[in-house]
Design a protein around this ligand. Structure first.
Ligand code: AMP
Ligand code: ZN
Length: 165
């Protein structure tokens, strides 16, 4: 697949298409490719889960470009501590594949989204907060979504009120 994508970029006229960065195993495509769009970054370790978006905060966390306190990682999901925790446990679980949000998700994203929730349950079990935790998926700016890479908040370790604000 890398060869195919590289071929696409080359055909699109990207002479210096493979500028390796300080992050091992990553290849940038710095010039716009009509086939791939201007913001696509291919991370080799993510070839199975789809392209990363260069301008997306959480894609950059997944790739390691932006540091985060990693909690868990598997082939499909990545979990890290929220930078502004709202509870003793506040972990974000994201699909490695870039999905903008729940309303933009399609049938083919069902597995990745389900896995994010199962990862949340796994972390809750590990942290012994199974007596009460919440998984939250903010959808759209009006509901508080501020990062447009789908993420599940795992919040727990304290009493939680209902309904949320
Ligand atoms: P939402 O408002 O539902 O889109 O959630 C975004 C969450 O991402 C917020 O709880 C932020 O505190 C958190 N956040 C933003 N930037 C970072 C970062 N670099 N590392 C960890 N968490 C972050
Ligand atoms: Zn993303």
């Amino acid at each position: 697949m890398a060869a195919t994508l590289a071929g696409v970029a080359l055909r699109a006229g990207c002479v210096n298409f493979a500028t390796t960065t300080r992050i091992k195993q990553r290849v940038y495509y710095p010039c716009a490719s009509p086939a791939l769009g201007p913001s696509v970054v291919v991370g080799l370790k993510n070839l199975k889960t789809g392209p990363l978006m260069k301008d997306c905060l959480f894609c950059r966390v997944v790739s390691g470009e932006i540091p985060a306190k990693k909690v868990y990682e598997d082939e499909h999901t990545f979990a890290f501590e929220d930078i502004n925790p709202q509870a003793p446990t506040h972990v974000l679980i994201v699909p490695k594949k870039h999905i903008r949000g729940l309303k933009e998700a399609s049938q083919e994203d069902a597995d990745a989204i389900g896995r994010c929730h199962l990862t949340a349950a796994h972390i809750a079990r590990q942290r012994s907060i199974e007596d009460g935790y919440r998984t939250v998926l903010n959808v759209g700016a009006k509901a508080g979504q501020s990062v447009f890479h789908l993420h599940v908040h795992l919040i727990g370790g304290r009493n939680l009120q209902w309904p949320p604000g």
